[in-house]
Design a protein around this ligand. Structure first.
Ligand code: ADP
Ligand code: MG
Length: 394
């Protein structure tokens, strides 16, 4: 019997459209002989939809604004040992079930552990990180604090909280001066370079941090590498076994701050940044110029591979992740920048380089999900007690 795979994507995230692109790649990569594929679209209002139109990316622009016009809204619920998908309105359509969930979501409100929490509650095997892994991967401040505690090499940084930015301005400013300008400020919880500010001089510090705080309550401020080389590596695995892929070198528009940077006071920065993200989404992978494998010294390559496996473990990762590194071309030093717990296109192009086809990669992720579920089922999560007997009417 075929395994029913629910591919979840979209959601209330700035990377909604990019997720639609990645998910469609997965939907078509999944081997139809082994799997019944059910695309499950999460709208920008976080409602669930299914429908045949979801199999073709060319249809998407016609329903993004009003999904109910073309798709069927569904409820997803647990019924004994089965996870069922049922139309919210009308009983015409037969209900469906899913055996495995395959999240292909990016960004806040979905990739950050939110969707994992929902799937965990449904008690179904799923292919991505669990709540903790997803949350740590999304929050740059928490992630960097763990990197620091685990001795993972990274650039100097500190975290600013909006709640006391004014009050403790002098302390924050002193920290900034200690690292030295130029600095880079990032909202802790966004992606795709949205809201990122370059702080060139001391004079700009207050204004640029305030701009960045429009996007989040927490901002990470860090040393800016001027001669930057960016390389990424993917890791697939679970807590007991993990392997790394080829390494890519990337250069793209997101990294060109002069181009992307918004003129100050423009209404703003927010609209502009969102536009730049939308542009990246519409172009999908084409917007990134990548070189696989990256030109690296043997020592650097080995260092990156070793750190990647360590990051995968300390961030409680699972499934397929991509770990991004920065190399300072002046010193040749390698710094870990961040993890993407559900990377764009599931980094299939890095696995292809290793001889792993996209459908084989998806098979492996589903197999890992089933194994984790079986292993977890063997742990004890509930036990019989007679505590409540004490409260029963005598
Ligand atoms: N410390 C840094 N020095 C120089 N450039 C940086 C630094 N941090 C980030 N960048 C640039 O900004 C881009 C986005 O930052 P990143 O931390 O990857 O956030 P995002 O989650 O938005 O991808 C990076 O890909 C890189 O080009
Ligand atoms: Mg990044």
């Amino acid at each position: 019997m075929k395994i029913s795979v629910g591919v979840f994507f979209g959601g209330k995230s700035t990377e909604h459209e990019i997720s639609c692109i990645s998910a469609n790649q997965v939907i078509h990569a999944l081997n139809a002989e082994k799997y019944d594929v059910l695309p499950i679209y999460i709208s920008k209002e976080n409602e669930f939809f299914i429908g045949d139109e979801l199999f073709d990316l060319a249809n998407y622009s016609s329903f993004l604004k009003d999904p109910a016009s073309r798709l069927e809204k569904v409820a997803i619920y647990k019924d004994g040992n089965t996870v069922r998908i049922k139309p919210v309105k009308g009983m015409f359509r037969k209900e469906q079930k899913i055996d495995v969930a395959f999240p292909v979501v990016h960004g806040t409100n979905v990739e950050d552990g939110s969707l994992a929490g929902f799937l965990q509650m449904l008690d179904i095997p799923y292919t991505s990180c669990d709540v903790l892994g997803g949350a740590l991967g999304q929050d740059k401040a928490a992630m960097k604090d763990i990197f620091r505690a685990q001795g993972i090499p990274m650039v100097d940084y500190f975290v600013i909280y909006s709640s006391d930015f004014e009050e403790n301005f002098d302390t924050y400013f002193a920290k900034a001066k200690k690292i030295g300008f130029p600095l880079i400020a990032k909202p802790a919880n966004l992606g795709s370079s949205i809201g990122i500010e370059v702080i060139k001089t001391q004079k700009e510090f207050k204004e640029k941090v305030a701009e960045c705080l429009r996007y989040d309550f927490k901002v990470v401020v860090e040393h800016m590498i001027k001669g930057l080389k960016e390389v990424n590596i993917s890791v697939i695995g679970s807590d007991d076994e993990a392997k790394y892929s080829a390494i890519e070198e990337v250069t793209n528009g997101f990294l060109d701050f002069d181009k992307k940077y918004q003129p100050k006071g423009s209404k703003g920065a927010k609209t502009g940044a969102a536009k730049s993200a939308a542009k990246g989404a519409s172009k999908g992978m084409a917007s990134t110029i990548r070189k696989v494998p990256a030109d690296l010294k043997k020592k650097q390559k080995e260092e990156i591979e070793k750190i990647a496996l360590k990051v995968f473990r300390v961030l409680n990762s699972f499934g397929c992740v991509r770990i991004d590194f920065m190399i300072d071309k002046e010193t040749d030093k390698v710094y870990c920048n961040e993890i993407n717990t559900i990377p764009g296109s599931l980094a299939f192009y890095l696995w292809k380089e290793e001889g792993v086809s996209f459908d084989a990669e998806c098979d492996e992720l589903i197999q890992n999900a089933l194994n984790r579920y079986a292993r977890r089922s063997r742990k004890t999560y509930s036990f019989d007690t007679n505590i409540l007997d004490n409260y029963a009417k005598k």
